[in-house]
Structures are given as structure tokens and as C-alpha cells.
Design a protein around this ligand. Structure first.
Ligand code: NAD
Length: 482
């Protein structure tokens, strides 16, 4: 399959970059699509189209914008099979999970943002001031490869709902769902320029961030790239939203159901083969329970059957790329050289399939909380088990990395867990295994980024406020918004 075109100003047009890149199937290790990279001239065209489209899109009555976002959701739904297949091959997530997590959930999010359109332009009073929320303008969205449609949706659907126009540059490693999204946008009849698609890597990302006509940059990806984007965006004083890496901890408090805590933490850590920014990659247990927790991990790890992501029995697919596998294996080796011990799984106990970028599910022990393997994001199926003496120490260890994206606390009761959780500096904290809430704000402290995505908070990121100081004779009820 050759993808030589980009979607700019409501039309498919040939990308004008000289280079092509191959999209590789993470299980067969063979290219299955070729992508032509956009040029800097394409960046200019796309940003220009978004700028021209912005006043009309921002001025569209919210119900009209909402109906178009619903139409995008319908068109995505019609492409569910193609989306699931593309993402499974790019990322390696097993088919049984891909459809629910990587396809159905983002489509639901498009529908949710359609509902939230009405809230974007809301007005309120503070004393004698009328405060209006207005769209932030033209937004550059730059996304990673691990949950490609989800991450694109959290930006593009929210920005469009808020009345912004968008230029999207998805990851060059997993770009195909963005093509299908562009098809869906075209089918839904969005006005030309409201949504534009570019392809490329860091160069095209940088050209976009530096473009004078970009008002806001919404980025998800590594802390490394986030820093470069913040520097370039800061130079242009762009509004920034950064969703970056994490090293999230799960704390099992004394007296908790340890089996449930271990099982759920493995599930979080190994989901998408560990390629989840909010994965709980450190499990903190009372020192007296350490041996029990290790034994439970040994029992549960057998369930993580590696194999063809398309096979129904597969629970753990390959990593997305050879580069990612090299990185994870190097970090594992470094940890073992530093004294870390494999207490469950690991390459010896779990031989990997003959092809595919697999790393065996692994639980490490004998690791100091300050060791690199307990501090750095691994982005592979590697859990570190850490003992603690007192709950306050567990909270300090959990907070003791440069990140602050997510955390989980397990207690004998939800109230006990919540009290301990209040000491955590992370953007999203799960209590006693409560399910993910796609409408609740998601984002990080410190090197996990700035800003929040999802639901009403996610929508608000794409707005600015204007306050009008009003004289006493101004009517109490504000005039209807245009
Ligand atoms: P990455 O940072 O390498 O790339 C992300 C995107 O940024 C890609 O589109 C890439 O082409 C582009 N890019 C890279 N360098 C750039 C630069 N200097 N300027 C402009 N654009 C640039 O990340 P990745 O490897 O694709 O994704 C994995 C990372 O994403 C992990 O660190 C993970 O934690 C993070 N992530 C965070 C969240 C979150 O919500 N906090 C969610 C998912 C993934």
C-alpha cells in the first residue's frame, strides 16, 4: 500500500517531500505500507488552509459543529475493521483488545466531544465582568504511535469541538489510522481547511511548531521531544499542552487484597506490551508481603501468552519497532548488571516467538527506588517490585521520580486508599481498581507534561478566556452568543 497523499484544504494532494518511509508490521517485521513525507511547503499550505478556515469554523453554531463531529464518528465506525487491522499491525496490540481500546473508545470520544460542543462557548459572570470562552485558534496536533487514534482524537476532536481548526502530524511509525480519519472527515463534510493532515517526523513537527500562524501546539509523546517542542513553542510564545512520559506506581497498602493488586498491576503494566504512558510500572508492597507478591506475580505472568496479535489466544503482542525492542532489552540488561533479579517471567522462562519485536513479560526485584530501571520510562513489559516499611514511605517512593502522570492505590477499604492517595503528585489516581473514566481529566505533573486531556477539561485546553468589564446598566442576562 502506498500512501503518497496528504489531506489539505479539503482535498487529497500529493505530499511534496522527497523522502518516503516504510510502515512496518510489528509481528512479521516486514513493511506493509509506504508513506511519502510532507515538505515544509506542505506545512505552509496546511497551516494557511487552517487559518483561512478558522473564522467560519469558530463561528459555526455549536449544534452544526456537533452534528459534523457525530458524522465523523459514524464514518470512523464504518471503517472500524480497517482501523483495527492497521493499528494491530503497526503497534502490535492483540486483536481482542485493539477493537475495544484503540477503535471503539476513540469513536465514543468523538461522540462525547460532539455533545460537549455546546459547552465550549459558555459564558459566566464574575462580579461586574462577563467571561467568555473562545476558541484558541489554529492548533498543531503532534501525536505518538502507541494509541494512535486515541491520541489523535483527544486532540483533534476536542480542538474542533472548541471551534479551533487543526493541522495534524501523526507518528510516522503508526500513521494509517490518521489517513482513515482524514477519509472520515471528508465523508462527514467538514469545511475545507478545518482539518488538515501532514506526514513526517521531528523535522515536520518542528516546522509546524515554529510556524507563525500556529496559535497552539498540543503534543503527546516522549519527554525528550516535549522539551524540544516546549523550547520551540516557547520561542514563539505558543499556547502549549504537553502529554509526556511517566513512571507510574501502584501502592498496595497493608491489609489490602494483595492478589487483586498484583493481578491488576500486571494487567496495567503489560497492556499494549508496556507501551502505555500511564502504565503502573512500579508495584510497592509492604516489606512483609514482598515474597507473597513475588509468588503471585509468578503465578499470574503465565497468562501473558505471546504470539500473533491476530490470534485469539494472544495476550501480549510484540513491541512496535525494532528500535523500541533494542531500547527495552538494553535497559533490562543494564538493570541486571546493576544487581536487579528477575523474579517472574523474563526471557528464560518465556521464550519469545521466532519473529516480531517481542520482549518477554518480566518482573524485576532487588531494585533500589533510585535505580534507573525504577526511575526511567521503559515502554516495555517490565514491572519493578519494590518493598516499603511504612505507607508514608510508599507515597514518597511513588512521588520520587521526575514524572507524575498516574498512580494507583489499593487499600483494605476504598476510603483508606483514598486518604493515602491524597499525598500523590500524579494527574490521575486509581483507587482500588476502579475503572478508567474517559471523561475525567488526564495529564501530568512535572516531566509528565502540562495541561489536561479528555472530557470537559480536555475541551477547555483549546479555549482562551476574554473578560468584559461591564457597566452597571448592562443587562444581567448576557446577549446570546453568536
Ligand atoms: P516521540 O516523542 O518520539 O514522538 C511523538 C511525536 O512527536 C511523533 O509524531 C514524532 O514524529 C514527533 N516528534 C519527535 N520529536 C520531535 C521534535 N523534536 N519536534 C517536533 N515533533 C517531534 O514519542 P513516541 O516514541 O512516538 O511515543 C512514545 C512516548 O509518548 C512515550 O514517552 C510515552 O510515555 C509518551 N506518551 C505520553 C502520553 C500521555 O498522555 N502522557 C500518551 C502516550 C504516549
Amino acid at each position: 500500500m502506498d500512501f503518497t497523499q496528504t489531506y489539505i484544504d479539503g482535498r487529497w494532494q500529493e505530499a511534496s517531500g522527497a523522502a518516503c518511509t516504510e510502515v512496518v508490521d510489528s509481528y512479521t517485521e516486514t513493511p506493509f505500507a509506504t508513506l511519502r513525507i510532507s515538505s515544509v511547503a506542505d506545512v505552509d499550505c496546511a497551516v494557511g488552509a487552517a487559518r483561512r478556515a478558522w473564522p467560519a469554523w469558530a463561528g459555526l453554531p455549536a449544534p452544526r459543529r456537533a452534528s459534523m463531529l457525530h458524522a465523523v464518528a459514524d464514518a470512523l465506525e464504518a471503517r472500524s475493521d480497517a482501523l483495527a487491522d492497521a493499528i494491530m499491525r503497526e503497534v502490535g496490540m492483540p486483536a481482542r483488545l485493539v477493537r475495544r481500546i484503540q477503535v471503539a473508545a476513540p469513536i465514543n470520544a468523538w461522540r462525547r466531544y460532539a455533545e460537549l460542543c455546546e459547552q465550549a462557548a459558555h459564558e459566566s459572570r464574575i462580579g461586574h465582568s462577563l467571561v467568555r470562552r473562545v476558541p484558541a485558534g489554529v492548533v498543531a496536533c503532534i501525536t505518538p504511535w502507541n494509541y494512535p487514534l486515541h491520541q489523535v482524537t483527544a486532540k483533534v476532536a476536542a480542538a474542533l469541538a472548541a471551534g479551533c481548526t487543526v493541522v495534524l502530524k501523526p507518528s510516522e511509525i503508526a500513521p494509517l489510522s490518521a489517513f482513515l480519519l482524514a477519509e472520515a472527515v471528508a465523508a462527514a463534510g467538514l469545511p475545507p481547511g478545518a482539518f488538515n493532515l501532514l506526514h513526517g517526523g521531528a523535522d515536520i513537527g518542528q516546522a509546524l511548531v515554529r510556524h507563525a500562524e500556529i496559535d497552539m501546539v498540543s503534543f503527546t509523546g516522549s519527554t525528550r521531544a516535549g522539551r524540544e517542542i516546549a523550547a520551540a513553542g516557547g520561542a514563539g510564545l505558543k499556547r502549549l499542552s504537553l502529554e509526556l512520559g511517566g513512571k507510574s506506581a501502584a501502592i498496595a497498602l497493608p491489609g489490602t487484597d494483595l492478589a487483586a493488586a498484583v493481578k491488576a498491576t500486571l494487567a496495567s503494566c503489560f497492556l499494549n506490551s508496556g507501551q502505555t504512558c500511564s502504565a503502573y510500572t512500579r508495584l510497592l508492597v509492604p516489606a512483609a508481603e514482598y515474597a507473597n507478591a513475588a509468588e503471585l506475580a509468578r503465578q499470574y505472568i503465565d497468562a501473558y501468552v505471546m504470539g500473533d496479535p491476530a490470534a485469539p489466544a494472544t495476550r501480549l503482542g510484540p513491541l512496535a519497532s525494532a528500535q523500541q525492542r533494542r531500547r527495552v532489552l538494553a535497559l533490562l540488561q543494564q538493570a541486571q548488571a546493576g544487581g536487579a533479579q528477575i523474579i517472574a517471567g523474563g526471557p528464560r522462562a518465556c521464550p519469545v516467538p521466532a519473529h516480531g519485536y517481542f520482549v518477554a513479560p518480566t518482573v524485576l526485584g532487588n531494585v533500589a527506588p533510585v535505580a534507573p530501571i525504577a526511575q526511567e520510562e521503559i515502554f516495555g513489559p517490565v514491572l519493578v517490585l519494590l518493598p516499603y516499611d511504612e505507607p508514608a514511605q510508599a507515597v514518597a517512593i511513588a512521588n520520587g521520580t521526575p514524572y507524575g502522570l498516574a498512580a494507583a492505590v489499593w487499600g483494605a477499604s476504598a476510603v483508606q486508599a483514598y486518604h493515602a492517595a491524597r499525598g500523590l503528585r500524579a494527574g490521575q489516581v486509581e483507587i482500588n481498581g476502579a475503572p478508567f473514566n474517559p471523561d475525567a481529566p488526564f495529564g501530568g505533573f512535572r516531566q509528565s507534561g502540562m495541561g489536561r486531556e479528555n472530557g470537559p477539561f480536555g475541551l477547555e485546553e483549546f479555549t482562551e478566556t476574554i473578560s468584559y468589564q461591564l457597566p452597571a446598566d448592562f443587562p444581567v442576562a448576557p446577549p446570546p452568543s453568536s
